[in-house]
Ligand binder design. Structure first.
Ligand SMILES: [Fe+2]
Ligand SMILES: [Fe+2]
Length: 276
């Protein structure tokens, strides 16, 4: 298959290629249907990546073009964009175990399983030249900072930075407050648990253990790293910085609604003092 067929491809085409490639695997059905980490999420990240690709700085564009030259001398930039789209789509494809279930183990290992599956995808389509980029991008897509995600490395390529930035922006969106609250209700996690110690909130690392309450996650969103480590694309950094006041207002509104405003003010004061 031609790499450029993946540039701006339709959802139907992509679903079809994924289904055909992994026909013998039960997990692919779950991946295609599931809404939080399945195809729909991958496609949302793909759309976000496409937006970022249109806003790259000259320097970022040049880096991406140089990477594209490694596998397509004729249209390097467009081909690199196609690789970004493939990686975006498949980045969380490892969240489902062979039976199609999301388990603690599969979620913890999803970057490794996802990279293996994406490599298999490329091999079966004859796209071997892009494998090093796809492999590294998916292995590193959840990197946030050396302290927040100590078991992960930062992406080695601009291709990976675009995918990582687009995926991470989902955490830093004004709508992410409501999404976190909804997810907490689904997994039976309290919105605010007054017994959670402040040091446990501050020290919580995404992907290592479940947060004890939704507020821990929300404060991680608000006070989390927004630097180049996590958002390797400048346009993404600018955008998430602009979202911060809205996320803050969303958390305050939630505390008013749920009756923990006073506690929130005290907790935020500790966080504010830490970040100056
Ligand atoms: Fe992920
Ligand atoms: Fe993701």
């Amino acid at each position: 298959m031609e790499l450029l067929q993946f540039y701006g491809a339709s959802e139907g085409f992509l679903r079809g290629v994924i289904r055909d490639t992994f026909l013998d695997h039960v997990w692919v059905n779950a991946y295609l249907e599931e809404k939080t980490h399945g195809f729909l999420h991958g496609d949302r990240v793909r759309k976000g990546s496409k937006k970022l690709l249109g806003k790259l700085t000259d320097d970022e564009r040049q880096k991406l073009t140089l990477e594209g030259e490694e596998f397509d001398g004729a249209s390097p930039f467009t081909s690199a964009c196609a690789v970004v789209e493939i990686c975006s789509l498949l980045h969380d494809g490892g969240r489902f175990d062979e039976r199609g279930e999301q388990t603690e183990e599969s979620n913890k290992m999803h970057h490794i399983i996802g990279a293996d599956r994406a490599v298999e995808f490329c091999k079966s389509l004859g796209l071997d030249a892009i494998i090093p980029y796809v492999d590294n991008t998916i292995l590193c897509h959840d990197f946030q900072s050396p302290t927040d995600t100590p078991s992960l490395d930062s992406p080695s390529y601009m291709i990976g930075s675009v995918v990582q930035s687009s995926d991470q922006m989902g955490w830093m969106h004004p709508g992410s407050v409501e999404r976190t609250v909804q997810y907490s209700l689904v997994v039976n996690r309290p919105i605010f648990d007054p017994t959670v110690l402040i040091e446990d909130r501050i020290g919580w690392q995404p992907f290592v253990g479940d947060a004890l309450d939704a507020l821990t996650v929300l404060l991680k969103q608000l006070y989390g790293n927004t630097g180049p480590d996590r958002f390797g694309v400048e346009a993404a950094r600018t955008k998430v910085e602009r979202y911060k006041p809205q996320i803050r207002a969303g958390i305050v509104a939630l505390s008013d609604r749920e009756g923990f405003r006073q506690e929130l003010d005290e907790i935020m004061q500790v966080y504010d003092n830490l970040s100056v």
